[in-house]
Ligand binder design. Structure first.
Ligand code: VAH
Length: 331
């Protein structure tokens, strides 16, 4: 199979998800030709309508292979996945989407001359018994099917890199916050303090006030993902990198929301299953390697994010009629 053209498009799987929509806007803004696919037949946001959009099920190996053969992308951002809390409601489906889906994408990439696959991993690859600050090479003992499949995806991608010369790179994202609704993540309590705070004036978080995990504002996450994809290969010392921004306690996020929106009421009613997942994740990530190798540097701290995010959430709430957090959080 000859290598694909240098001007070949970038393909984004799972493009309708939490990361996909912002990634597409970012790539289009940088003038990078992009093709999107998702289970959903149509883009969820009207401004994505001009991006070529295809309905593809990543669990269907033949469909993935035929699609990659047709598009001939140079690079694939493989985002399609079921998140941690929703994943626990159906571990079998989560295995198929996250694990078989990643295998199908890697195989199609290998067979059709794709140069690079960029993978979105997560702090959910870690499990209980962690040190206070968690580096890249701390042992991976995830407790969720989502985490298990992300560990396996990291390893599988590194195998394809070594075995077949497929340039495989990935970041371990912290919990991500943006003005778009996620789909059943365990880190979603942070976003819903803003979303339900603005939408209905109050939010009851499913975690303890002292819950502390690494979080990141979406613009930093997108910039990090794309900067890693574009970094010279010779500067990289590993396939997958921790990246970090800030690690507030849940009650510190609530305080940041209330500094801008003093009337919002936030209280806490921990859900044992989701609290156990949160307690198994890192409190603080060490991302020294990402900073050293390819210059990762987040721009937003917690209050900076709050100031930027609140007007955007107001616009989102005005434009949609999404159900409140209790209805969308899973399982
Ligand atoms: C989840 N948002 O909650 C994801 C994330 C930090 C975890 O990967 O499942």
């Amino acid at each position: 199979m000859p290598p694909v053209d240098a001007n070949a498009p970038t393909l984004v799987t799972g493009a309708a998800g939490q990361v996909g929509q912002d990634l597409l806007r970012h790539l289009v803004g940088r003038g990078i030709p992009v093709v999107a696919c998702d289970l959903r037949p149509e883009p969820p946001a009207a401004d994505l309508g001009h991006v070529p959009w295809h309905a593809v099920d990543v669990t269907d190996a033949e469909a993935v292979e035929a699609f990659v053969a047709k598009v001939r992308p140079r690079r694939i951002f493989h985002l399609a996945a079921i998140l941690s809390a929703r994943g626990e409601a159906n571990p079998q489906r989560t295995y198929t989407v996250n694990q078989t889906g990643t295998y199908n994408v890697l195989e199609a990439a290998r067979r059709h001359g794709v140069e690079q696959v960029v993978f979105t991993s997560t702090i959910a690859v870690f499990g209980p018994g962690l040190p206070e600050v968690v580096g890249d090479d701390v042992p991976l003992h995830p407790t969720t099917m989502y985490g298990v499949t992300k560990v396996a995806g990291e390893l599988l991608g590194a195998y394809y890199d070594r075995r077949y010369g497929l340039d495989f790179r990935g970041v371990r994202f912290p919990g991500l916050i943006s003005a778009s609704l996620p789909g059943g993540g365990t880190s979603d309590y942070a976003l819903f303090m803003y979303y339900d705070g603005i939408r209905v004036g109050h939010y009851t978080a499913f975690c303890r006030p002292d819950t502390k995990i690494p979080l990141m504002y979406m613009p930093d996450a997108i910039r990090g993902l794309v900067d890693l994809a574009l970094a010279p290969k010779e500067r990289l010392t590993r396939n997958v990198y921790n990246i970090a921004a800030f690690s507030p306690r849940a009650d510190e996020i609530a305080a940041s929301v209330r500094r801008l929106l003093p009337d919002v009421r936030i209280d806490f009613a921990p859900d044992p299953q989701r609290q156990a997942i949160l307690d198994s994740w890192p409190r603080v990530l060490d991302d020294t390697a990402a900073r050293r190798d390819w210059g990762f540097a987040p721009a937003f701290d917690l209050d900076g994010m709050t100031r930027d995010l609140v007007p955007k959430i107001r616009a989102l709430v005005a434009a949609t009629n999404e159900p409140a957090a209790a209805d969308v959080a899973a399982p």
